[in-house]
Design a protein around this ligand. Structure first.
Ligand code: 4AD
Ligand code: MG
Length: 499
């Protein structure tokens, strides 16, 4: 009888014969011995064949990267093996051969990798990120479920803007225009009047015609909505959720965070309560001399770092020229590629930063915070920070006007620290029919397009509120990634839609 196990379970089977099923990740040969690295989605295992095995050895010698195999052999403890165990192969069955696998150990440009995303997903970095994503999503679902929230699926085909008109994707719905959902919120508001506490969790769409590091055209958003809730209650909920996600990732994904070279100290240091500042205070912060000084100092540091990276690059290039051994050359080439990327990032940052500083210093009360403003603010805090009460004109029509100050709305954005910026946006909703209609007019929306939504204010309106959290933004922050595109299996953005 074969005992089929996963690589993760090998430690339970020391000195026993087991069968594993997976793909050839890599191969090393040391003359009379071949080490096959096999991956099965749970881990990577070193499998050993010796020359005296004859036919088996010849087969192993010819196996191409990513060939699929079923291997039977004895599990042996070996400190030097990845994962601490190896398998001495008795039997090797090739299921599907693979020749000239396009993704090799050599370095590839990012466009090449995304063009081969269907295969690139098998590599260690993408799988690590997908595992963190899984923890984020799973923790989120459990968080709401154990608090008595009911999951309500909202439609993807919608009649119009849920956020803004500009970023709507238009589709042809049997000859009539309909639009891909920007948010489930409006429908969720009606569900919360039925069930009290609800949430939706699905793909949302924004036709963002820009190439930023934070925007996708298709992303996943979780949105809770609570009847009778005030802005403070909504912030409390958002804070508990994000704190719980951070703890879950720290406890379940250390291996992945290590592989991604994520410095976990900033995540470990996050504590509750998260700081809360108003938009007006944020504007003061942006304009302050202290901020100017801090940013100018930081630019000086960046310039020094740039110079040291350039020096490192030069020395690596010399090493590359003088090295003969192919494996070493490949490794150096990869380091060179990585360095070049880092250098070009810092150069780009240094080019843009004077303008970002200027726009922060000259920020006008009333404007929405831009990406660079969010970065500056979120670098000033070591935990996620809430910014509340934005100017009415900067925010969506459905946000409730602050009865104490009609220039602002009862909303909040949560910015992730380390410069990551907005991960959550939410508000108390306008529950007064006439105020809501007035806001629609101000935003050039036609109230008659929203009749069903207005009904919620006619038949037993109550204060209520909720928020939306972008899964990809959270994963980007927790994994410490530069770009949001790596956080979703198959990214859709202005510049990318294949495969
Ligand atoms: O701030 P947003 O636009 O808020 C809403 O859609 C509300 N209707 C949510 C609610 O109150 N129920 O989006 C919410 C979050 C943002 O904070 C961000 O994390 C993410 O969704 N997000 C994006 N993520 C990736 N790419 C984009 N283009 C995104 N736009 C928003
Ligand atoms: Mg927002």
């Amino acid at each position: 009888m074969q005992t089929v196990v996963t690589i993760k379970e090998l430690s339970n089977h020391q000195d026993q014969e087991v069968t594993i099923r997976g793909w050839i990740y890599g191969r090393r040969s040391g003359g009379k011995i071949i080490f096959l690295l096999v991956r099965d989605g749970t881990g990577i295992c070193q499998c050993v064949v010796e020359a005296k095995a004859g036919q088996l050895f010849e087969t192993a010698e010819k196996l191409g990267q990513e060939s699929s195999v079923i291997i039977t052999g004895k599990v042996r403890k070996d400190e030097r093996a990845p994962g601490g165990y190896e398998i001495l192969i008795n039997n090797l069955n090739i299921i599907g051969e693979s020749r000239d696998y396009p993704i090799t150990r050599k370095s590839h440009g990012i466009d090449f990798l995304f063009g081969h995303r269907h295969l690139w997903l098998r590599s260690r970095r993408p799988t690590a990120i997908l595992r963190v994503r899984h923890t984020v999503i799973n923790t989120t679902r459990e968080f709401f479920n154990k608090r008595g929230f009911i999951l309500v699926d909202t439609p993807i085909l919608t009649h119009g803007a849920g956020e803004d008109q500009q970023s709507l994707f238009r589709t042809d719905f049997f000859g009539k225009p309909m639009f891909l959902a920007q948010t489930g919120q409006l429908y969720l508001e009606s569900a919360c009047m039925a069930l009290g506490k609800v949430y939706c969790f699905g793909p949302t769409f924004r036709a963002e015609k820009s190439k930023t590091r934070r925007h996708l055209a298709e992303f996943w958003m979780v949105e809770p909505e609570v009847a009778f809730a005030t802005l403070d209650e909504i912030m409390e909920l958002a804070e508990e959720l994000v704190f719980e996600i951070v703890q879950a990732v720290l406890s379940k994904n250390m291996e992945e965070l290590t592989l991604l070279e994520r410095n976990i100290e900033p995540l470990r240091n996050i504590s509750r309560p998260f700081p809360r500042i108003t938009y007006s205070e944020a504007v003061e912060l942006l304009r302050s001399p202290a901020t100017l000084q801090k940013l100018t100092q930081k630019m000086e540091q960046d310039k020094q770092e740039l110079q040291s990276l350039i020096d490192k690059l030069t020395s690596l290039q010399i090493q590359f020229k003088t090295t003969q051994k192919e494996a070493t050359r490949d490794r150096i080439a990869m380091q060179i590629e990585e360095l070049r990327e880092k250098i070009s990032d810092i150069e780009e940052h240094l080019t843009n930063q004077p303008q970002h500083i200027a726009s922060a210093q000259n920020f006008v009360w009333g404007n929405d915070l831009g990406g660079s403003d969010e970065t500056i603010i979120s670098e000033s805090f070591s935990a996620p920070v809430f910014i509340t009460k934005y100017p009415v004109q900067a925010k969506a029509f459905y946000m409730k006007t602050d009865p104490a100050d009609p220039r602002v709305v009862l909303n909040m954005d949560m910015l992730a620290p380390e410069g990551y910026g907005e991960i959550i946006g939410g508000s108390q909703r306008e529950d007064d029919l006439n105020m809501l209609i007035q806001r629609m007019h101000e935003k050039n929306l036609n109230p008659s397009d929203y009749e069903w939504y207005l009904d919620l204010r006619k038949y037993g309106t109550v204060p209520h509120g909720g928020f939306g959290m972008g899964i990809e933004r959270v994963v980007m922050w927790l994994c410490g990634l530069k770009h949001v595109r790596e956080t979703i299996p198959f990214p859709r953005s202005f510049t990318r839609s294949y495969p």
